[in-house]
Design a protein around this ligand. Structure first.
Ligand code: SF4
Length: 308
């Protein structure tokens, strides 16, 4: 089994986060700017469910009247504009249309604007403020369709983006990985378990115990269910403290294999900012790849892709 991502990933994105001035107040931000040249590593699919619902720019702001955007789908909540007009049906239709477009384009992930009553998914940065009553109407569909979901705000932090990117490559690779039998499952889990243990220790442990007891012959349905369990673990973000610890564990493993120290990797107790930590992680990934050593926390490399 090859553990390299050779194709360019396709990423959907809330159009206003891609720089398009499609927000109700005629604003938009280029949240991809911090990625620099790395931006061309991906194919982008910007969509705006509100514009596709026939609402123009500028327009009245909208809000969810009811518990959350999920409840709009069961008619327990409504979407209303600040002018008092109900637009639930139009927004549900355009959300379904956007999902159809993204699925037909074989999009791997979606970068969403947090807090939006349409595109919002979770509120991850302002935990005490449930802005937009998450998930939004379109956000509900993104969750339901099991997309890999990245909050746009996290692109501004080199460490958070590193964390999302390594899991994104693992997620996209795993979605298409051959999985015919128990041997394939074990090979996949051997590769993915380190990152899953880092981000979701409880479920990763339970999963490890579960597959250790599996019978030899597994149905396609059972195998796909187990694939889905790993995919869902990969959607969870890590924390700087856990990332720092895993970096050191990986470093000691790689150093042992190589037989020499790597300049530029600090000890866990050494003070450093998150930008320096992200640089160390990228250095470790490069050295592990060049020396054909597994860096457990970055299970799938995109370095083998042509042109890199
Ligand atoms: S958050 Fe979504 S619906 Fe709102 S302007 Fe941005 S892309 Fe459009």
């Amino acid at each position: 089994m090859e553990f390299i991502m050779e194709r360019k990933l396709r990423i959907g994105i809330s159009a206003c986060m891609y720089g398009s001035k499609v927000r109700y107040n005629n604003k938009g931000w280029d949240m991809l700017e911090p990625l620099g040249r790395e931006r061309s590593d991906f194919i982008w699919h910007p969509v705006c469910p509100e514009v596709l619902a026939g609402l123009g720019v500028p327009r009245d702001a909208i809000r969810i009247s009811g518990p959350s955007g999920s409840d709009v789908w069961t008619h327990q909540a409504k979407v209303v504009s600040s002018g008092g007009k109900e637009i639930s049906k139009a927004l549900m239709n355009s959300s379904e249309f956007c999902i159809k477009l993204l699925k037909e384009a074989k999009v791997d992930a979606f970068i969403y604007m947090e807090g939006s009553p349409s595109c919002g998914v979770y509120r991850t940065t302002l935990r005490d403020k449930r802005l937009g009553k998450p998930p939004g109407v379109f956000g509900h569909k993104l969750l339901e369709e099991a997309f890999f979901l990245i909050p746009a705000a996290d692109l501004q932090s080199p460490l958070r983006w590193w964390d999302w990117r390594r899991r994104l490559y693992a997620f996209a690779w795993l979605k298409d990985a051959p999985l015919e039998n128990k041997a394939d499952l074990y090979a996949i889990w051997h590769r993915m378990k380190f990152v899953c243990q880092e981000v979701d220790q409880v479920n990763a442990r339970a999963f490890g115990h579960q597959i250790a007891k599996l019978e030899d012959s597994l149905s396609k349905e059972r195998l796909e269910g187990l694939r889905f369990d790993i995919l869902m673990m990969l959607r969870k973000p890590s924390t700087p403290a856990r990332i720092k610890n895993m970096l050191w564990k990986n470093y000691t493993h790689v150093r042992k294999k190589l037989g020499y120290d790597i300049e530029g990797i600090l000890k866990p107790e050494d003070e450093r900012g998150i930008t320096k930590l992200a640089e160390e992680l990228i250095l470790m990934e490069r050295i592990a790849y060049e020396n054909d050593v597994l860096m457990g926390t970055t299970p799938i490399s995109n370095r083998g892709r042509k042109g890199r």
